[in-house]
Design a binder for this molecule. Structure first.
Ligand code: PEP
Length: 249
């Protein structure tokens, strides 16, 4: 039985400003006093360096990176560039990027390989659409994404999986604890099958309209090792109660 410390990561998406970085000090202070939980914020690329300077010890990360080290890829940012400005983690394969940028499982896996090689903690996102869930294909879809998107484990950095049902992201609808339990157990089994004992150490986050009211219930579910939080990570007032719920769980 592995004891996995909870991780609560905020994904600011294309939101935030220099002024919004004022939230970090409050979040960092709350994380320190709650104790026992890892807390991270992933702002837009332009805010990473100033966020690191004002992080108060929070881990700051990127929302994507390219799989190549450098080259003719206009508008992209490499894993090495994230590391250079102080990022400690990166999200890859978010469903919004899979949809907006047409990222395939293969592309996500290549990004994750590169990110881990740069010692970034790497959060790989998976999750089914509403129509896939309604068709009873959620487990099958997530299995295929795991098989295609997860890189082989490397010693130098930590892999994290985020289960984010697409229909629950930014909608205010959350998967039920029973659905989350079933999917996280399914993901755990896939991780153990592929990585053996090491698969039991990989943290599995839930994401999709997590907020102060539902966080404790989600953190009580087996194999929920934290949360990836979008909208409710934008202000300390909304994010800190989620961090505190993780610390209490
Ligand atoms: C996300 O974008 O990863 C997310 C879970 O968003 P929200 O919390 O707003 O649903």
């Amino acid at each position: 039985m592995h004891v996995r410390r909870k991780l609560v990561a905020g994904n600011w998406k294309m939101n935030g400003s220099l002024a919004a970085l004022g939230e970090l000090a409050t979040i960092a202070a709350a994380a320190r006093s709650a104790g026992g939980v890892d807390v991270a914020i992933c702002p837009p690329f332009t805010l990473i360096a100033p966020a690191v300077a004002r992080s108060g010890g929070l881990a700051i990360g990127g929302q994507d990176c390219h799989s190549q080290e450098s080259g003719p890829h206009t508008g992209n940012v490499s894993a090495g560039m994230l590391v250079e400005v102080g990022a400690r983690l990166v999200i890859v394969g978010h469903s919004e990027r899979r949809a907006d940028q047409g990222e395939t499982d293969e592309a996500v896996r290549a990004k994750a390989e590169t990110a881990l090689g740069h010692r970034l903690q790497t959060i790989v996102c998976v999750g089914e659409s509403e129509s896939e869930r309604e068709a009873g294909r959620a487990l099958e879809r997530v299995s295929a994404q795991l098989a295609g998107s997860l890189p082989d484990l490397r010693q130098e950095a930590e892999l994290v999986v985020a289960y984010e049902p697409i229909w629950a992201i930014g909608t205010g609808r959350t998967a039920t604890p029973a659905d989350v339990a079933g999917m996280h157990a399914h993901i755990r089994a896939a991780l153990e099958q592929r990585f053996g004992e090491a698969g039991g150490r990989i943290r599995i986050l839930y994401g999709g309209s997590v907020n102060a009211a539902n966080a404790a219930g989600l953190f009580a579910v087996d194999n929920v090792d934290g949360a990836l939080v979008g909208g409710a990570s934008l202000t300390a007032a909304q994010f800190v109660p989620i961090v505190e719920a993780a610390a209490r769980s």
